[in-house]
Design a protein around this ligand. Structure first.
Ligand code: FMN
Length: 124
């Protein structure tokens, strides 16, 4: 039987154990959706504490796709330096990180062309 402390792989990722921090919006990115040092510090603490895989809080894929304030962004080259720093810091701390990408969502369900972006719309 698989054990929590066993190494495992998911596709190309090798995880030191099976502890996963589920995607959790921390509200610590900057207003322009770039990574903050506060966010890096938080995630590094999780990696140092032994979490094998960290999933980021939802990162918006467009500027008009934000669903909550201070969330990460994946829509501009300006986001790359911070995201790169974040990934490097997690790897150095022994962790693996996956980015959860999202467009709008629960709090903004009335987008007309929602299905184009994979959004599930409640039809009731
Ligand atoms: C403050 C907060 C932020 C969250 N942010 C996200 C998120 O960005 N993406 C996501 O898929 N789930 C998010 N969730 C859901 C969590 O990842 C998790 O599925 C939920 O808290 C249930 O966890 P549990 O089964 O361990 O109680 C969030 C939950 C909380 C409480």
């Amino acid at each position: 039987m698989a054990k929590l402390f066993e190494t495992t792989t998911i596709k190309t990722m090798t995880l030191h154990n099976r502890f996963v921090r589920s995607a959790t919006w921390e509200g610590t990115a900057h207003e322009d959706n770039t990574v903050s040092s506060k966010l890096i510090d938080l995630l590094v603490r999780l990696a140092r504490g032994g979490v094998g895989l960290i999933i980021t809080g939802y990162a918006t894929v467009r500027a008009d796709g934000r669903s909550v304030p201070w969330q990460l962004g994946n829509y501009s080259d300006d986001h790359l330096p911070g995201l790169t720093l974040m990934v490097e810091a997690i790897h150095k701390a022994g962790g693996i990180i996956v980015n959860q990408a999202r467009f709008k969502g629960f709090f903004k369900p009335k987008l007309k062309d929602a299905s184009k972006f994979g959004q599930i719309v409640n039809k009731t």
